[in-house]
Design a binder for this molecule. Structure first.
Ligand code: SF4
Ligand code: SF4
Length: 202
């Protein structure tokens, strides 16, 4: 059970990171093709989730209509069954909270979900920026696809010039570990508790 003070701090953390993430989306809006009903980013993942995020998700779940709750429970049962029979390494799955191509707990979603759609550095630290990661929907002609050079796996200045867009594509430090460490732990002294894959909390 997470105490009230910790949860309050977590709400504050969410406000802080959302201010940052929303400004990135605004800045990159020419490249962002997200729209309601587009849910590819919630269909194949492992979804890292801390104890605090899971508490938050539970709050969202408790506010849902009973029939939606029932559908989520059925999704979870089915996924657990599939996972038990799975003998590979990474069990990538559809998020059980995705109902009719929409997030049923959107205001309560995890940190990682809030970064879906932007390009980011994987495992970014203060000192170094490493591998450029792009939303996988780039392959479907969605976010950043206009400016992505597949062969060299980078953004192309030449392609950018052809678009006529105002802003160049940018890449951000959006790794969950980075956001948690920088804004949650260092600035707010917030304890996120254990991190697990979403399905392991359920
Ligand atoms: S990130 Fe990609 S898949 Fe997800 S909503 Fe946006 S456009 Fe669709
Ligand atoms: S919690 Fe919502 S936004 Fe996050 S993966 Fe699940 S359906 Fe998608």
């Amino acid at each position: 059970m997470v105490d009230k003070e910790r949860m309050e701090k977590f709400y504050q953390f969410i406000r802080v990171i959302m201010e940052r993430i929303n400004s990135h989306f605004e800045d990159q809006k020419e490249y962002i093709h997200c729209k309601e009903g587009c849910s590819l980013c919630c269909e194949k993942g492992e979804y890292p989730c801390s104890e605090l995020e899971f508490e938050f998700l539970k709050q969202g779940f408790s506010l849902l209509d009973k029939d939606i709750q029932q559908q989520i429970v059925e999704n979870i049962v089915q996924l657990k069954k599939e996972k038990a029979e799975f003998d590979g390494k990474l069990f990538m799955h559809k998020c059980p909270f995705l109902i009719n191509h929409r997030c049923s707990v959107y205001p309560f979603r995890m940190i990682i979900c809030r970064t879906f759609g932007l390009s980011y550095y994987e495992k970014a630290t203060y000192e170094e920026k490493n591998t450029l990661k792009v939303p996988f929907c780039i392959e479907q002609g969605l976010n950043y696809s206009e400016v992505y050079d597949k062969e060299n796996q980078t953004f192309s200045t030449e392609l950018f010039k052809k678009t006529g867009y105002k802003k160049e594509p940018l890449t951000y430090n959006l790794d969950v570990e980075f956001l948690v460490k920088k804004f949650g732990q260092e600035i707010m002294d917030l304890d996120f508790g254990e991190f697990k894959r979403l399905l392991d909390w359920l």
